[in-house]
Ligand binder design. Structure first.
Ligand code: ADP
Ligand code: MG
Length: 319
C-alpha cells in the first residue's frame, strides 16, 4: 500500500516544462518560481466538489480535465498566458484506478494548455479538487470586467446551453435523452484560451461564462457600470439545444441561465468588428455579436418581438 508521499511521487510529480521559469517544483516545502521581466502574475483558484460541480458518476479523467480547464478559462478571460498550477486534492480513499486516470487527465490537459504542476497538497476526505492556476500578462495588459464603454458591442464565443442540456440528459429528474456531445461539454469543457489571448489587443472587457450567460454578463455590466442589451435571437446555439427548445419550449432558458459553458463574453468598440471576425477565422472559433452596452444598469434581453424577457433569478449561487 503506497503512502501519501509515494502517491504524490507516482501521480503528481511530472517532468517539468523547462520554459516555465521554475526553480523548484513538487517535492520541497514550496515551489520557487521566477517571473519573466515585464510580466504581471495573474492568479485564480477554483474548487470542484463531487455532486456539486460534477455528478458522482463522472469518470476520473473528465474530473481532472474539468478541474484544470475551468481555471484555464479564468486565465483566458483575463487574456493571461498559463504558466503554473497547484493542486489541493482531497480523496476518500487511495484508489490506484482513480488516481491513474485522474493523473492522466490532468497531464493531458496541462500539456494541451502549456501549464506546469508545481505543487499541491494531498489529504483524505470527501472528493474535492482545488486548483490554483497562475499565468502572465505583459504589464497592464490584463483584460478586466470593468473596461466596457457605452456603445461597445457584446460578443460571445462558441455556443450556449450545451453543457446545461448535457446535465439534463443525465436525466435524474427530467428524463431527457443523453446527447453525447453536450455531455462532453459538461464533463470536459474546453477553455477558450487561444481566442482569449488573441482578443487581448481588441477587447475592452471580458468574462468567462461559468454560472450562466445572463448572470456572468451581469457581472461585466455591473463592473463597467453600464447596461447590457441583448437580442435573444442572436444567441449562438448548437443544433442539439435548438432542437431541445423546439421540442420543449419550457427549456428556453437553457442558453440564458444554464451554467458550465466556459465560453468568453466580451465587449469591443464597434470599429473592432473586422478585427474580431479575423480572430474568429484564425482561431477557428465561432464568435457572435449579441448586443450592445449602453448607459444604465443590468442585463436586458429582448425577444424576437422586441419585448423584454424576464429571465428571473439566474446563475448558480452556492449560498
Ligand atoms: P508539507 O508537509 O511541507 O506542506 P506536503 O507533504 O504537503 O508538504 O507535500 C510534499 C510535496 O509534494 C510538496 O512539494 C507539495 O507541493 C507536493 N504535493 C503534495 N500534494 C500534491 C499534489 N496533489 N499535487 C502536486 N504536488 C503535490
Ligand atoms: Mg513542509
Amino acid at each position: 500500500m503506497q503512502n501519501e508521499f509515494d502517491l504524490i511521487a507516482r501521480y503528481f510529480d511530472w517532468s517539468i516544462q523547462p520554459d516555465r521559469h521554475q526553480v523548484v517544483t513538487v517535492g520541497d516545502d514550496a515551489a520557487v518560481l521566477e517571473m519573466p521581466i515585464g510580466k504581471q502574475l495573474v492568479v485564480t483558484v477554483d474548487t470542484l466538489i463531487e455532486s456539486v460541480h460534477f455528478p458522482s458518476e463522472t469518470d476520473p479523467y473528465s474530473i481532472a480535465v474539468k478541474a484544470l480547464a475551468v481555471n484555464i478559462s479564468d486565465l483566458a478571460a483575463m487574456a493571461a498566458e498559463p504558466a503554473w498550477f497547484t493542486l489541493a486534492l482531497s480523496l476518500p480513499e487511495n484508489n490506484p484506478d482513480f488516481l491513474e486516470d485522474f493523473s492522466r487527465g490532468l497531464q493531458d490537459t496541462a500539456a494541451r494548455y502549456g501549464i506546469s504542476l508545481v505543487g499541491g497538497d494531498t489529504t483524505r476526505g470527501p472528493l474535492t479538487i482545488s486548483i490554483q492556476a497562475m499565468g502572465w500578462v505583459p504589464e497592464g495588459a490584463a483584460i478586466l470586467r470593468s473596461g466596457a464603454r457605452a456603445g461597445d458591442d457584446i460578443y460571445v464565443t462558441g455556443e450556449l446551453g450545451a453543457a446545461a442540456l448535457g446535465l439534463l440528459g443525465l436525466g435524474s429528474n427530467r428524463g431527457y435523452p443523453a446527447d453525447d456531445a453536450c455531455l462532453m461539454r459538461l464533463n470536459r469543457p474546453e477553455a477558450r484560451l487561444e481566442v482569449g489571448l488573441a482578443l487581448r489587443s481588441v477587447v475592452t472587457a471580458m468574462i468567462d461564462c461559468s454560472d450562466g450567460f445572463v448572470a456572468d454578463l451581469a457581472h461585466l455590466a455591473a463592473a463597467s457600470q453600464l447596461a447590457a442589451t441583448v437580442a435573444r435571437e442572436c444567441l449562438p446555439l448548437n443544433t442539439a439545444v435548438e432542437n431541445a427548445i423546439r421540442e420543449d419550449q419550457s427549456l428556453w432558458k437553457l442558453p440564458l441561465a444554464g451554467g458550465d459553458d466556459y465560453e468568453l463574453i466580451f465587449t469591443a468598440a464597434s470599429n473592432s468588428r473586422g478585427a474580431i471576425e479575423q480572430i474568429a477565422t484564425e482561431t477557428s472559433c465561432r464568435i457572435t455579436p449579441v448586443g450592445k452596452m449602453d448607459a444604465g444598469s443590468g442585463v436586458i434581453i429582448y425577444d424576437e418581438g422586441r419585448q423584454p424577457v424576464d429571465v428571473g433569478a439566474s446563475g448558480y449561487s452556492h449560498f
